[in-house]
Design a protein around this ligand. Structure first.
Ligand code: MF3
Ligand code: CO
Length: 278
């Protein structure tokens, strides 16, 4: 069943989405080589609870952590662990909260230092594809229009693999509501969108082939070919003419830029030859 949100409810959902954005910004500030995903997950849980909200992923169908932290070839639903992140890794940080009964659910993929031009392009193009999908999230269009826009851009234009097994979704008082929002499909197919529909749109795009598998832990999804995968997710309200993006990448991108500048400075200093007094 699809639920349509009143203007007042959309404003409440914006607060939930923005709390996730704020949490993602906190992550962006502290990401660096040497940090563990377990440390990040703890910080994420504490930050959410400090803001009078609940980490919604924890115990969802038995999911055992606050967040999904998916490194390199992990597509989504990666478990936090004690391994240190290293220079050149990429990490999808996916966070959900319940604030005053309303869900926020969004994600961002960060690079730790420089993963190289091929992977940087994958990150860039996946983020762009999310906005291409969002452009189609207007009343009168169909879900397939979002799906087609994302697939066309990532698969047709760049030859990336679009994950089929996992999809975006409606969002509201529940984490997963109707309709499903695939990242592949036919233009003009699927449910017709109406104002007040809130969708989590989340392209999961592989550098190599589209095939994925789930590990024995029942959650961790990886690419079959072992190549990296990127995931971005926004919460969006369908409107006439132009979708309203409830979550916000601006503060995350700003924190990311500041952190990158800092990391570059530190690396420069480390590379400078030690002073000698001979
Ligand atoms: N953004 C993901 C989703 O929409 C996160 C769910 S992870 C889970 O499905 F742990 F909550 F299942
Ligand atoms: Co989601």
């Amino acid at each position: 069943m699809i639920t349509y949100k009143s203007d007042e409810q959309v404003e409440q959902m914006r607060q939930s989405a923005l709390l996730v954005s704020k949490t993602l910004s906190e992550v962006a500030k502290i990401l660096k080589p040497g940090i563990t995903t377990m440390y990040l997950d703890k910080m994420i849980g504490d930050f959410i609870k400090d803001h009078k909200a609940i980490p919604s992923f924890l115990n969802y169908h038995g999911y055992p952590y606050n967040s999904c932290l998916s490194v390199n070839d992990v597509v989504v639903h990666g478990f936090p662990n004690k391994k240190e992140l290293k220079e050149g890794d990429i990490i999808s940080v996916d966070i959900g909260v319940i604030l005053d009964g309303w869900h926020g659910d969004h994600a961002y993929t960060f690079a730790i230092g420089d993963p190289g031009p091929e992977v940087m392009q994958l990150i860039h193009v996946t983020k762009e594809s999310l906005y291409k999908g969002i452009e189609k999230a207007v009343s009168g269009n169909r879900i397939g229009d979002i799906a087609f826009a994302i697939q066309e851009y990532t698969e047709k234009m760049y030859g990336y693999g679009v994950v089929r097994e996992l999809v975006g979704h409606g969002l509201g008082r529940s984490l997963h509501e109707d309709p499903q929002v695939p990242n592949y499909g036919k233009r003009g197919s699927g449910v017709k969108m109406k104002e007040g529909m809130v969708l989590a749109i989340e392209p999961m795009i592989n550098l190599g082939k589209k095939e994925v598998y789930t590990e024995d832990d029942g959650w961790t999804v990886r690419t079959k070919d072992g190549k990296p995968s990127v995931h971005f997710e926004h919460d969006v309200c369908v409107r006439k003419g132009k979708a309203d993006i409830l979550s916000n990448y601006k503060p995350i991108e700003e924190a990311e830029r500041n952190n990158n500048n800092l990391m570059t400075e530190i690396m420069k200093v480390n590379k400078e030859p030690a002073l000698s007094n001979s």
